[in-house]
Design a protein around this ligand. Structure first.
Ligand code: GLC
Length: 766
């Protein structure tokens, strides 16, 4: 419908275009958001931007809406090929058919509109579909055609694609197709799954030279064909809404992540204890049982900071109630755990049981807080409590109410909330698309609000806890949208105790980190199916380096606490949980870096070594920050690992052996060894092992210094509240020259460590 370009007009940072053939359509618009971020927008709905991700509430002071919108194009001009808009970092050329091309500041193409023919897949005939269905086969090739809203862009031969949130499969998403529609599918997730619990419509493209990102900010159902339909282009599609995407030009992937998280908000610092080990299970049916778990952890000398209370703790799965029959007095068990140094996190689902006299249901009905059918009846489906209704979290008043409801848990002494089933999941078929929700100030159908339901629930929960406790709220979510990282951490939902899911955990968590969700983890040991001792040991070795470290499994599956698999696995578990506790200050520094820059805690190697061909598709290694490389064993029976190290000098964490990088080699890896490598010149800050983080965290800091030269910034604060945003923190600049360490305080605003001990790491191994 956009044919020949007729003209343009500039309004502040926006350029509007007039096209032949556009009829009554709104004028498409290109807006300069910053020197490297460009918004491309066609207001098909006439409602303007309705972003739920870009809320302009940056966690850092200073990034206000005004300052973001203050950058204007350096120049706008027109010639035969179209209208050229220049900023300091990117040149945008807008031509006929609303083809938008992006070039870097040197004029090298970064991303061009696809102008060639598309390879239409032959539509599968009804008779072929019926034939395939006979033995239960679904048609594998989807019938990709045109979407009502779509953008088709070129791919170069060497382009690799990352991000897209929590998708299954491999790190590099090129040649695969996905959809964004938050989905609870308990079947074992395979590479061909198109949807999972989260929808983060953000992709990063690494080119031979340079990188860019596209945030396709449409929270309806969207489609990402990443070069499956055609080798040399990708398709972004949507069923409804606007064409609204943000192009992020970057020199490398780090620039793109920094800009994306600047735009949608950065994962803020969590409380220090959240980095500890968490124990969970669905099916701790009685108070006695869950008390036994706390006792077991301490008896087996296993550090642990948190036990999760799954739905078993509720009275008939009614949210904000306590199961007094099996669990007696909630406050007592939580406060007894506290005395043992163990925090309690309680699960809360969105589905509110339909039951007269139940206060949450009654309040919601009275105030009109539940979503409705188009006929105006409260919509009922089934979740754990049976018939249930769904709070309308898109309504600010409902979010406020839900935030206040958290007081029930705060008063019991809980330390955080685990938001589950918030796709929303429903047992009697999916919610119909026309169920009526609210989108802030107007009604909106389920089809529009589905993908932001978990996001809005997390926002309500975060805001409630912040208000009630003044501490950094610890929220974990299953469903989310782009930008949810401002409010919540996440886990990958119901995986299985199978080796392929351990392997999948690495690219999945790495891609989530690239998509802004840095504080994430999988259910260690696997949720569904029965774990084996070997799988548990190997999973724990990955989990111990994941930002969120929780052992969780399903009711009815083999018990899965670290002591359930015999002495050998218990000792291995202890070894790695202890290591996790030693690394707490390093992980905390990474969390600080994440809030400052958006860089994820757990990183694919390609984020650090984007020019190295050997890491673009590396699925079985990852980095913690930029100086620890983890090469876990993820194959059943394997007792060695083929390790690849990128350029530079590395040290084997366990033996101190020096290795020159840019090479592959085989590392012996008996069951108790997860190969770990430290970059030359690194300083790794450590705490002594402790049973929980609250024990003397500021007493002793150990600095492990590796040969070589390097500078490192260490961060320290009270680990609990927001006073750091007002300056109550210390940063130390640490310079290491072959173990000779100089420490300078950069920022002083918090108490000192009792003692700082420097250890020459490699010497220690001799
Ligand atoms: C869902 C969650 C799982 C939880 C279970 C019971 O399946 O994903 O983690 O244990 O519900 O609440």
């Amino acid at each position: 419908m956009f044919e020949k370009l007729k003209g343009y007009r500039v309004e502040e940072q926006k350029v509007y275009f007039q096209y032949e053939g556009a009829g009554e359509e709104k004028e498409p618009c290109v807006e300069v958001i910053s020197d490297s971020i460009i918004n491309v927008f066609v207001d098909y709905t006439g409602l303007g931007h309705r972003s739920r991700a870009i809320e302009w509430e940056q966690t850092q002071e200073g990034d206000t809406k005004e300052s973001i919108r203050s950058v204007k194009p350096e120049s706008v001009s027109q010639n035969e090929s179209g209208v050229t808009i220049k900023t300091k970092k990117v040149t945008v050329v807008v031509g006929d058919n609303f083809h938008v091309d992006f070039y870097d500041c040197k004029g090298m193409p970064l991303s061009l509109a696809h102008r060639g023919e598309r390879k239409k897949n032959t539509a599968l005939s009804a008779s072929l579909l019926a034939f395939l269905a006979k033995e239960g086969h679904a048609a594998a090739g989807s019938i990709i055609g045109d979407y009502p809203i779509q953008e088709v862009r070129s791919l170069d031969d060497k382009d690799c694609i990352y991000g897209l949130g929590d998708k299954t499969g491999f790190l590099n998403k090129r040649h695969y197709a996905y959809e964004m529609w938050n989905t609870d599918n308990p079947n074992p997730q395979e590479d061909n799954f198109k949807v999972l619990y989260k929808s983060i419509p953000f992709m990063l493209v690494l080119k031979e030279k340079g990188a860019y990102g596209i945030f396709f900010d449409n929270h309806g159902k969207t489609y990402f064909d990443m070069g499956k339909e055609g080798e040399d282009y990708y398709v972004l599609g949507a069923d409804e809404g606007n064409l609204d995407y943000y192009f992020i030009a970057g020199g490398n992937l780090k620039d793109v992540v920094a800009d994306y998280t600047w735009l949608t908000g950065r994962a803020p610092m969590q409380q220090l204890w959240t980095l500890g080990f968490h124990q969970s299970r669905w099916g701790y049916e009685t108070e006695e049982e869950i008390r036994g778990i706390a006792k077991g952890l301490r008896e087996h000398n296993l550090p642990c900071d948190c036990i999760h209370f799954d739905i078993d703790y509720m009275d008939h799965y009614k949210v904000f109630t306590w199961n007094k029959e099996n669990y007696e007095d909630g406050g007592k068990v939580i406060s007894d755990f506290k005395d043992m140094g163990i925090k309690s996190v309680t699960i809360i689902d969105p589905g509110v049981k339909v039951e007269e006299g139940y206060y949450v249901y009654e309040e919601g009905v009275k105030n009109d807080y539940f979503v409705k059918t188009p006929e105006g009846e409260i919509y009922v489906n089934e979740v754990w409590p049976g018939d249930a209704v769904f709070p309308d979290f898109g309504n600010p008043e409902v979010r406020k109410w839900w935030g206040e409801k958290q007081k029930y848990l705060v008063d019991l002494g809980a330390a955080g909330v685990w938001n589950d089933m918030n796709e929303p999941a429903s047992f009697r078929g999916p919610l119909p698309n026309d169920i009526v929700f609210t989108d802030e100030d107007m009604p909106a159908p389920h089809s529009q609000m589905h993908n932001v339901y978990g996001h809005n629930m997390a926002k309500a929960t975060y805001e409630g806890w912040k208000e009630l406790t003044g501490k950094r709220p610890f929220v974990i979510t299953r469903a989310c949208y782009g930008g949810s990282q401002k409010y919540t951490t996440g886990w990958t939902g119901d995986n299985h105790s199978i080796w392929s899911h351990l392997r999948m955990a690495i690219p999945q968590l790495c891609n989530m980190g690239l998509s802004g969700m840095s504080f994430v983890g999988t259910d260690v040991g696997g949720f569904g199916s029965d774990c084996t001792p070997e799988l548990f040991a190997r999973w724990l070795q990955v989990g111990c380096f994941s930002p969120f470290f929780r052992d969780h499994c399903a009711k009815g599956c083999r018990v899965q606490e670290p002591w359930q698999f015999g002495e050998e696995v218990l000792a291995i578990s202890r070894k790695y949980i202890n290591l996790r506790y030693e690394l707490l200050p390093y992980l905390y520094d990474l969390m600080y870096e994440c809030e400052m820059t958006g860089m994820p805690i757990m990183r694919p190697l390609v984020l650090e070594y984007g020019n190295d061909e050997n890491v673009k598709n590396r699925n079985d290694e990852f980095m913690l920050g930029d100086r620890l490389l983890i090469a876990p064993v993820v194959e059943q029976g394997a007792r060695e690992k083929l390790v690849y190290l990128p350029e530079g000098i590395w040290y084997d964490y366990w033996t101190g052996e020096k290795i020159e990088g840019s090479c592959s080699f085989i590392r012996k890896a008996p069951l108790d060894v997860c190969p770990i490598y430290v970059k030359a010149g690194a300083v790794i800050p450590k705490y002594p092992v402790r049973m929980h983080v609250g024990e003397d965290k500021d007493e002793l800091l150990i600095l492990e210094a590796y040969p070589g030269e390097g500078t490192y910034t260490h961060y320290q604060d009270n680990g609990e509240d927001f006073s750091y945003r007002k300056g109550s923190f210390n940063t130390y600049q640490i310079h290491n020259q072959d173990g000779k360490v100089e420490i300078k305080k950069q920022h002083e605003g918090y108490r000192d460590y009792g003692k700082v001990e420097v250890k020459t790491a490699v010497e220690a191994f001799k």
